[in-house]
Design a protein. Structure first.
Length: 246
């Protein structure tokens, strides 16, 4: 019965997300999504997200349910996937981390002639809830434990942190490690990934989930979080605001 209800919720939320303009999907409000459910559906969703994540094997910290105030809108970027042209959806990123991302990519282009696009930046609690239930139903046969290894609960995702937020990367050839037929090892083999391992810290980005991480999350070489530099470093390395938000 619960599986049937959760499946109905995902179908309803998928429809609601798809009718939103591209630029509003990453910011979709949790209460807006709940408002399209009946009493039983709301009850089941709330019961799921009331489970302590630690009981599902997730050992990461709670971040916040608050929306950042300084989000920069990032326009879609075009990439190729199996010879077909695709594009990233509109994304958002806090200003400080976006500036460092821009500087980092400028250096990567100079050294490699390559760059990484932002496939997923800031996610609202509503989008995080939708993604968790989507993967629960479509990819993990209703296993809460398996889903929690890949997708965090609302409030627990680094993508929702207003300061030390996370970015998921994809390259110009459509390799993200998550697209159909791809694995984490596909992204791991990229020269772009090897470059990040050597240089990302210079721009305050850190690999969140290496192999064997203690947070209970699968290896995600595409997922890097930004950390606010110490005050003495920030004055030395503070980037200038970049006017062109690609």
């Amino acid at each position: 019965m619960q599986r049937y209800v959760v499946g109905a919720v995902v179908a309803q939320w998928e429809k609601q997300v798809e009718i939103l303009p591209d630029e509003k999907r990453a910011l979709v409000d949790y209460d807006y999504l709940l408002g399209h459910l009946n009493f039983l559906e709301k009850m089941v969703v709330r019961r799921i997200f009331a489970i302590p994540p630690g009981e599902l094997g997730f050992k990461g910290p709670f971040h916040t349910l608050e929306k950042p105030a300084n989000l920069v809108k990032i326009a879609p970027r075009t990439y190729l996937l199996q010879g077909r042209e695709k594009y990233t959806c509109s994304q958002y990123c806090p200003e400080a981390s976006y500036n460092d991302y821009q500087r980092m990519m400028a250096q990567m282009r100079r050294e490699l002639g390559r760059e990484l696009f932002i496939e997923s930046g800031y996610r609202s609690p509503g989008m995080q809830a939708y993604l968790f239930l989507f993967y629960l139903v479509r990819n993990h046969q209703y296993s809460l434990q398996e889903t929690a290894r890949l997708v965090a609960f609302p409030g627990y995702s680094e993508h929702g942190d207003p300061v030390n937020n996370a970015l998921d990367f994809i390259n110009a050839d459509g390799i993200s490690g998550e697209n159909p037929g791809q694995t984490a090892e596909d992204f791991e083999r990229l020269p772009e990934y090897q470059w990040l391992l050597q240089h990302a810290r210079e721009y305050h980005f850190h690999l969140s989930y290496p192999r064997g991480n203690q947070q209970g999350i699968s290896f995600e070489p595409w997922h890097w979080h930004w950390e606010k530099p110490a005050a003495n470093q920030e004055n030395k390395t503070k980037p200038s605001m970049i006017n062109s938000h690609q």
